[in-house]
Design a protein around this ligand. Structure first.
Ligand code: SIN
Length: 520
């Protein structure tokens, strides 16, 4: 049976109230906070530190139609094509059309994108884009965006950031959100009571062993909403980034930005042969799901755990100037990318599904909004177009504020329900690192680039077993994270089982017919 809360409310140490609580400090959370009127008191919760999130790691950039050679229609069509035409039309149109005005706003916050000698914004290309339209700050765009938003947040008196606070559960009264139960780094339990809550909690990468996502991405927001009765959609659509640097070490994998291919790099198999033309007319710049499956196929044919990325035909000065962070990181791993191929392999990168929202980021729970990766606005369809994710955080972060401003005007802070004075009495000790590793291994083995009914059934059974082992355990942040990871993994597997036909990033090898490794 689904538990409503994973903790009790018996030993709360303090209560804080405000107009809006935002959970998450990626681009969606910070941009939302900055758009809220200075009259409203806003508290932003960060699970660890403000800059520890997926947005901060984004290398490539932000896709937006900002120059004369580009047009909305082309960005829209590229987004739909990459998304396997599963995208929600209205939200996708909005994403594209509202991009320029949100980029303008971002520039007013002091974000420094690369410019040419005349002061025009430089744009690059990535997979699935038919034009150059990606704004970037060398190869560390996310870091620059989070830096500038962070500085702006500090200057705002109405916004307070609480770092090292883990949100355990949303508190709801009937179908309305009234606040958040949280715990800080000292183990003090806090209730944040507010008029509205915005979830910008990011992705789910940590349910996989091989992911580009940082440690904090344990799907907490999605799991919380699921427990609170919110709608969760499209969880089967997991994006595998084609080119993470290959490494046998466990843990987060280092991304080699798709913009490296955008600037001319090509993929080669271990024999040194280029191969992408065999699979798609856009070759190395095909949409991500296609490139990831092509690499998977080449690895299988050649029995190797990686393929190569080759940009050695470009001059060393171009490479070092355009990709300074990637260049340095490759050197640390003993690879000089100006002269040598980089071994790469696809790893989990993004989830297209999540908390279902309307065009204004509203969920089906009153007063609860979601934006960024944790939300499912439908703009990415079954496979996200490169560099549309930071853009989604901006556009829908802004829209959330327009809707929320109306919702909270003339509203009082919601009263807490009487019901949650329940106590949680878990006492069992368990090695949560071991549980996490088991979840990651199961997800990597059975719910990866290719899936089959048999594999999915095995995975579901195994994850449910792990989930049951967690019941009655002593509370800790690792315990809550493991509960959330099991919930999210089960949601992914069940959605993948239900969708029998392949679509976008969801590839069902059992229904594609025998005799082919990959058929697309
Ligand atoms: C990349 O730089 O390849 C990642 C950007 C994205 O995920 O859209």
């Amino acid at each position: 049976m689904k538990s409503r809360y994973i903790s009790g409310f018996h030993d709360v140490n303090s209560k804080k109230d405000c107009d809006v609580v935002i959970i998450g400090t990626g681009v969606a959370g910070l941009f939302t906070a900055l758009n809220i009127s200075s009259k409203e008191r806003v508290i932003v919760l960060s699970k660890t530190k403000l800059n520890n999130n997926n947005s901060n790691l984004a290398q490539g950039g932000i896709a937006a139609c900002v120059n004369q050679e580009d047009d909305f229609k082309s960005h829209y069509e590229d987004t739909l094509r990459a998304g396997a035409y599963y995208n929600r039309e209205e939200t996708t149109q909005t994403l594209i059309k509202e991009a320029p005005k949100n980029i303008k706003k971002l520039l007013t916050y002091g974000t420094n994108f690369d410019q040419d000698e005349n002061g025009n914004l430089r744009v690059t290309r990535e997979g699935g884009h038919s034009k150059r339209r990606i704004l970037h700050a060398k190869d560390a765009t996310g870091r620059e965006v989070i830096r500038s938003l962070g500085v702006e947040i500090e200057s705002r008196k109405n916004i307070h950031v609480d770092e090292d606070v883990f949100a355990i559960d949303l508190i709801t009264n009937k179908n309305e959100v009234c606040g958040v139960l949280a715990v800080n780094e000292h183990g003090e339990r806090i209730i944040y009571q507010s008029k509205a809550v915005v979830l910008a909690t990011g992705g789910v990468g940590q349910v996989y062993k091989n992911t580009t996502n940082p440690e904090v991405t344990t799907g907490d927001g999605i799991a919380m909403v699921y427990r609170a009765g919110g709608a969760i959609h499209d969880m089967e659509f997991i994006q595998f980034h084609p080119t993470a640097m290959y490494s046998e070490k466990n843990g987060q994998k280092f991304l080699i930005s798709e913009s490296v291919r955008g600037e001319g790099a090509v993929l080669r198999n271990v024999k040194g042969e280029t191969f992408m033309k065999k699979y798609h007319k856009m070759a190395d710049l095909a949409p991500r799901d296609i490139v990831a499956r092509s690499i998977f196929t080449e690895k299988s044919i050649n029995h190797t755990p990686y393929v190569y990325l080759d940009i050695t035909h470009k001059t060393p000065s171009f490479i070092k100037n355009r990709f300074p962070m990637i260049y340095e990181r490759c050197l640390e791993e003993g690879i000089d990318m100006t002269k040598e191929y980089i071994p790469v392999s696809p790893v989990q990168h993004y989830i297209m599904g999540g908390i279902y929202t309307d065009i204004d980021g509203k969920t089906n729970i009153e007063g609860l909004y979601a934006c960024g990766e944790c939300a499912c606005t439908g703009v990415h369809g079954a496979n996200r177009l490169a560099s549309n994710s930071l853009l989604e955080g901006l556009v829908f972060g802004n829209r959330v504020v327009q809707s929320l401003t109306q919702y909270i005007s003339n509203k009082r802070i919601n009263a807490l329900p009487v019901m949650p004075m329940i106590e949680y009495k878990g006492s069992k000790d368990l090695d949560f690192d071991y549980i996490k590793e088991k979840i990651e291994n199961i997800m990597d083995e059975y719910i990866s680039i290719v899936r089959s009914q048999n594999g999915l059934k095995v995975a579901l059974k195994e994850i449910k077993k792990l989930s049951n082992q967690l019941l009655g355990c002593k509370e800790s942040i690792k315990y809550y994270e493991c509960r959330n990871m099991c919930t999210v993994a089960i949601l992914i597997i069940k959605a993948a089982l239900k969708r029998e036909k392949s679509l976008g990033a969801h590839y069902r090898v059992d229904t594609e017919g025998q005799g082919c490794i990959i058929n697309f």
